[in-house]
Write a protein that binds this ligand. Sequence first.
Ligand SMILES: *Cc1c(COP(=O)(O)O)cnc(C)c1O
Length: 451
Amino acid sequence: MDFPAEPFRIKVVERIKRTTREERERKIAEAGYNVFAIPAEDIFIDLLTDSGTSAMSDNQWAGIMHGDESYAGGRNFFHLQDVVRKIFGYEHFIPTHQGRVAENLLFSTLLSPGKVVPNNIHFDTTRANVQANGGLALDCAAKVAYCPDEEHPFKGNMDVELLEKAILEHGVANIPVVMLTITNNSGGGQPVSMENVRQVSALLHKYGIPLFFDACRFAENCWFIKQREPGYRDKSVLEIAQELFSYGDGCTMSAKKDALVNIGGFLCTNDGELALRIKTKLILIEGFPTYGGLAGRDLEAIARGLEEVVDEDYLAYRVGQVKGLADELEAHGIPFIKPAGGHAVYLNAKKFLPHIPPAQFPGQSLAVELYREGGVRACEIGSLMFGATEAPEMELVRLAIPRRVYTSAHMQFVADVLCRISERKESLRGYRIVWQPPVLRHFMAKLEPVV
Ligand SMILES: *Cc1c(COP(=O)(O)O)cnc(C)c1O
């Protein structure tokens, strides 16, 4: 077992409940074999998402007590603005209550029907917000992003040639912004290299198109740059982040990821006119521009979280814990997308359960078994999630690791559960849908085992 020691000690604990196999059998059947329908209290290790599930530090909790709940001009806004300017370097900072609101504000302001927004790979909410505003959400990731077994240090990179082709095909006037998602969540939490950021930036500046980062996991991305890209080993993660953001014109951010809080987001831009238009809209849907849908105390927790997330002891532990889990799985021949991402390990269910056809949801079968065997909750990303509209290439189960929440022993427990499942994996069965809603069916679908 090769897990880095946690660079923190534990001051407050939260009980998690052990259940018996009989209890879990009953609960998963009652839930229609859909892990979203299981009450969180009946989960032992919850790896459904890393979003909004971080543990805050004593320093952040102290910041909560330092909340200034003035309607306008509260001190926490100015603190957060200072921290954001230090790391991201952009002129204008607009708080929102989630990342998707920043996306909604940006795209509803910049897009009209027929406009095109390229990205390495759009995250679901980004894609949905582009489409809801009449735009075309275009993925331009490098081909290696789609090769699950290929080790590559920067699998999140944009295909710069493909991007230029798209610009020429659709016309500069139809591309109001290009996004770059760091790390690339939908592509397995894979990082983008500084060299690729520089190339994308140079290309876009040639055509006069602004570059915005989807910056949710910027610190994890910058840690990978420090580890993997020549010339960055002696730079601090803060310096790497400052350089990276200097190549862009703005960003959207979900603070529920690398700001180490449970709620929040923001948007940054260097464009004063754009900022003004967005702030006007913000007042309509979120609140006054110095709180943007959040309490003053939340802004303080975000400011302190951003200061903590660039700490390199933290990042070594964070990314090391995810890799430690992946290494355990590798040692036991359990297939996952290579290399492990910054925030999650994506199990390759198609390879793990070749006897279950995609139409019988091999990813869901594995997700159900993780709960049955050990009370572990994970998220299917395959035919159940996407199969209603397209046939996805991969059948994945994402083990997303919350930040600072679980210990290495918990990770070992998850690996052991998977090893036990692996020993009898031929006995796992497929599932069929007995009821599904018309959209986003994976959240609410009811299933039953195929006999
Ligand atoms: C989570 C996420 C978002 C959306 O943020 P919310 O705070 O959940 O609204 C956008 N992009 C990426 C890459 C994300 O991971």
